[in-house]
Design a protein around this ligand. Structure first.
Ligand code: ATP
Length: 362
């Protein structure tokens, strides 16, 4: 019996609504796989927490994240509660730096049953790997009311480790749907920015360690076009922090929206798993948020835990979660408003949990 301690950080807005469904999925996994147990404990985080306590990431929450086997995060930040400099409260970004979660893994997978987004309804399936600890998020400067700047910080160790992660990820995945080739696409702006030319140079150096994987390049502006026009060409896409942030949202758009896009922020010792979307204040409290991204993020958490231990049951459970999501999305009664349906958040979570539990008998 494997017992995993999971720190649960629901956060703000729809965070707690989708988290409730993620927890249902974990309970269903326990029912279907008797060898797996999750000790889940909830901790405060986010903008509302800042308003009430003066901090967005209390030290008890941070310590719990460090001590846990993994962290399942909802969403944090609200437009009307900000830092004095006007920026939004983002404890999830602080966690990436404090826990050294350098790899932001964002699967971009189109499930059957989701209404077509792109012409021809291509079966999109690749991973965006976002560098999480440097790039344009490394720190900025504001001088009085006159000037502010953010610098693109690219270091050799930071780039080597994310690019190496990208190639290893490609090695473990099926080839691109278009031609079956495993390839890593370097997304940058190497034609203009010195920092990005350096990023590409290091990409090329690391690529030599992986002769079996094809290398590929795209400037970030052209990449937005390719993601729409030929998304079946990709296996793994690697980018610095800000570019990775932008193309992740575009990628989510190509597979049906933010409510379907999970993510994992991992380092060598810690992992935080959360949907790619934010707190969606426009729909919060209405019970209509799509919980699939949160449920799939819980699946990514099991995959990561299962690889580290290693734990075959945990990795099998991931497949059960993904199959349950697939079955649920094939039934339009379980489409939330973002997919053109009328299903409630809880009904979708129940449907996925029921499907997971069926894995027990099948
Ligand atoms: P962040 O900057 O924190 O990523 P954001 O401001 O980019 O957040 P989101 O909170 O992700 O924005 O919301 C973007 C849009 O997607 C909103 O219209 C929101 O309602 C919608 N959205 C986000 N998540 C979901 C979800 N789980 N279900 C349905 N709609 C969602």
């Amino acid at each position: 019996m494997a017992t995993y301690r999971i720190a649960i950080l629901p956060g703000d807005g729809i965070g707690s609504e989708v988290m409730a469904e993620g927890l249902k999925a974990l309970r269903a996994v326990e029912a279907a796989f008797p060898g797996l147990r999750f000790e889940c404990k909830e901790y405060p985080v986010g903008a509302r927490c800042y308003q009430e306590t003066g901090t967005d990431l209390p030290s008890a929450t941070l310590e719990a994240c460090k001590a846990a086997d993994a962290v399942l995060f909802g969403a944090a930040g609200l437009p009307d509660i900000r830092w004095p400099d006007g920026t939004e409260i983002r404890p999830q970004i602080t966690l990436r730096f404090l826990l050294d979660l350098y790899a932001g893994i964002r699967p971009i997978k189109k499930y059957a049953g989701v209404p077509p987004v792109l012409a021809g309804d291509p079966r999109i399936d690749y991973v965006i790997l976002r560098e999480n600890t440097e790039g344009l998020f490394a720190g900025g400067l504001r001088v009085g009311g006159h000037v502010a700047m953010d610098s693109m910080v690219i270091t050799r160790p930071g780039t080597e480790r994310i690019v190496r992660y990208a190639f290893r990820l490609a090695q473990g995945r099926h080839g691109a749907p278009a031609d079956g080739k495993q390839r890593v696409t370097c997304v940058d702006k190497a034609n203009v920015l010195k920092s990005m030319a350096f990023f590409r140079q290091i990409f090329d150096e690391v690529a030599r360690e992986f002769p079996g994987i094809e290398t590929d390049y795209a400037y970030v502006d052209a990449m937005t076009l390719y993601m729409v026009q030929r998304p079946l060409r990709f296996t793994v896409v690697v980018a610095e922090n800000m570019f990775g942030d932008i193309i992740s949202d575009l990628g989510a758009g190509t597979i049906g929206g933010m409510g379907l896009a999970p993510s994992a922020d991992v380092g060598d010792t810690h992992g935080v798993f959360q949907p790619s979307h934010g707190t969606a204040p426009d729909i919060a409290g209405k019970g209509i948020a799509n919980p699939i991204a949160q449920i799939l993020s819980a699946g990514m958490m099991l995959d990561w835990l299962g690889q580290r231990k290693p734990d075959v049951q945990a990795r099998t459970a991931v497949k059960a979660i993904e199959a349950a999501v697939e079955m649920t999305l094939r039934d339009r009664r379980f489409h939330t408003a973002d997919l053109g349906g009328a299903a409630a958040t809880g009904a979708v979570g129940d449907a996925v949990a029921n499907q997971i539990e069926k894995a027990k008998t099948s």
